[in-house]
Design a protein around this ligand. Sequence first.
Ligand SMILES: NC(=O)c1ccc[n+]([C@@H]2O[C@H](COP(=O)([O-])OP(=O)(O)OC[C@H]3O[C@@H](n4cnc5c(N)ncnc54)[C@H](O)[C@@H]3O)[C@@H](O)[C@H]2O)c1
Length: 249
Amino acid sequence: MSTSKKRQILVTGAAGRVGTAFYQAAGADYDLYLADKETSKLHGLPHQLIELDTTDPKACLCACQGMDTVLHLAANPNPEANFESLLAVNILGTHNVFQAAKAAHCRRVVFASSAQAVEGYPLDVQVTPHMLPQPKNLYGVSKCFGESLASYFAYQEGLPIIAVRIACFEEFMAGKAETARDMSAYISRRDLVQLLVRCIEAPLATPFAIVHGVSNNRFKRLDLTTTTQLLGYAPQDDSFELLGFNLMG
Ligand SMILES: NC(=O)c1ccc[n+]([C@@H]2O[C@H](COP(=O)([O-])OP(=O)(O)OC[C@H]3O[C@@H](n4cnc5c(N)ncnc54)[C@H](O)[C@@H]3O)[C@@H](O)[C@H]2O)c1
């Protein structure tokens, strides 16, 4: 067990794109335990490594011991995934991680949900966290399950959880063609890291919240009012500016 005063954070799915962005930018501020079922990419980093398959409930219990916060990223993130492939990691794995975090008396879980939980709304509708879920695919359904499960664990089992609907975390470069949807859903690396840090650090008025994860795009697929009010999230980037659109008017 570490003697450092930094928060001990278990990051599941740490070898993926979001996990990598997080440990690269915020790794010095936390005592990180990077967990993934495939850890080869994580060797040599100045963090603790845990080979963890979240479909194994006992391994999740072990990994959560002594953790302050769990950043739960491990998932199949493919919007076209079929039900069988989502069942193990997105459904069972998420249950195992929440159950283990509760048993280990973790202070908080931050759950990576997705804009796909509400992607069924027409593209000219800006979605707020108070609107009913409307997934467009089974991956989105699995994230709706995760959000419901998070609400259950928060209100009925006493484990505070923030579900953050990450939208479109991709590299945007000037000159590259992007769809209008992706531009309005874009979240930059530094905005995503800021948001995850605020999800970890912000005082919570309620045990459960859904917050939205987009940058300060001129047009936003997801409304940011709750995210800014609850967490003080202050996004710095705008996909339209990044791609060279004239925003003077
Ligand atoms: N990247 C995005 O634009 C985006 C958008 C919305 C939501 N999300 C969510 O954010 C999270 C991270 O996404 P990402 O883009 O980094 O995905 P990714 O595919 O890059 O990383 C996922 C990681 O999870 C690991 N993993 C898979 N199954 C596992 C298991 N059973 N046990 C332990 N580890 C397992 C994989 O090895 C991988 O390293 C996911 O929950 C995803 O649904 C991402």
